[in-house]
Design a binder for this molecule. Structure first.
Ligand SMILES: Nc1ncnc2c1ncn2[C@@H]1O[C@H](COP(=O)(O)OP(=O)(O)OP(=O)(O)O)[C@@H](O)[C@H]1O
Ligand SMILES: [Mg+2]
Length: 253
């Protein structure tokens, strides 16, 4: 059951020097809901995810979390509110073992001493949810395949998330079966743990499969929002293809 409002993004703007990446984005995520964020390369999807996860600050506009305006000075501020993220550019630290990557910023210590055994055991549990073949959790991340690094990042976010799970192209580099598993996990966290999920993907089929609602973004703006029941994959494909083609004609690409 989709519940009350968890996050509201209000008129968020963001530039990188002369490049305007977000132009007045508005978005709502409710508890227990998966929202897909679709858009072409460079549309601004990752920029929005970085703002919601505290990695970037908006130039204008604000985030309302559980009804209150919030300002994140760092990713830790977002984590404290129960927000976890799987970044597109895979923030795994190559020199650290898998279990230390999973517990990164959430390290378990006792009297200042790292509790490796506990973190190893818990990491195995975190990874087992994914059912993706992995080496031992003591292996350094540099020895993982691209898909296994992705799995480590997904395991970390899902293990610690309490309220809002941000997934920026979490199936990139994963096989068909593993991708399906990640889609299932996104839905499971929403439905069973009442978490709000923003699932970024350039893939219309994945968006339609995973989401209760779909936002489509183009050149830093949300162009439309549709509930799953009011659209089909065919209609989405048709609308988006026409928009992209007309933009390309306009920009003579
Ligand atoms: N660190 C940066 N410095 C300068 N420009 C940036 C930076 N990060 C992103 N941009 C620009 O901002 C715009 C939005 O980028 P963003 O990464 O948010 O897009 P995206 O929708 O996630 O794209 P993709 O599907 O390729 O991941 C693009 O024009 C991009 O070139
Ligand atoms: Mg991106």
């Amino acid at each position: 059951m989709v519940g009350e409002e968890l996050l509201r993004v209000e008129d968020v703007w963001k530039s990188y020097g002369p490049v305007v990446a977000l132009r007045g984005v508005n978005m709502v995520v409710r508890r227990g809901e998966v929202v897909a964020l679709l858009g072409d390369n460079g549309a601004g999807k990752s920029t929005l995810i970085k703002i919601i996860s505290g990695y970037l600050k908006p130039d204008r506009g604000q985030l309302i979390f559980e009804g209150k305006p919030v300002r994140f000075n760092s990713p830790l501020d977002a984590k404290r509110l129960g927000i976890e993220v799987v970044h597109q550019d895979l923030a795994v630290i190559l020199d650290l073992p898998v279990y230390r990557n999973i517990f990164l910023t959430h390290e378990i210590t006792k009297h200042g001493v790292l509790q490796d055994k506990i973190m190893m055991e818990e990491s195995k549990k975190a990874l087992s949810v994914l059912k993706i073949p992995m080496p031992e959790v003591t292996v350094k991340a540099e020895a993982l395949s691209g898909g296994q690094r992705q799995a480590t990042a997904v395991a970390r976010a899902t293990y610690f998330v309490k309220k809002l799970l941000l997934m920026d192209e979490p199936t990139a580099g994963l096989g068909v079966v593993e991708s399906k598993r990640v889609l299932a996990i996104a839905k499971q966290y929403a439905k069973e743990h009442n978490v709000g999920v923003i699932f970024v993907t350039p893939n219309i089929f994945q968006a339609y499969d995973v989401a209760d609602r779909i936002y489509y973004m183009e050149q830093g703006k949300i162009i439309f929002e549709k509930r799953k029941e009011e659209t089909t994959v065919e209609e989405l494909t048709d609308t988006i293809t026409k928009r992209i083609l007309s933009l390309r004609r306009r920009d003579k690409l």
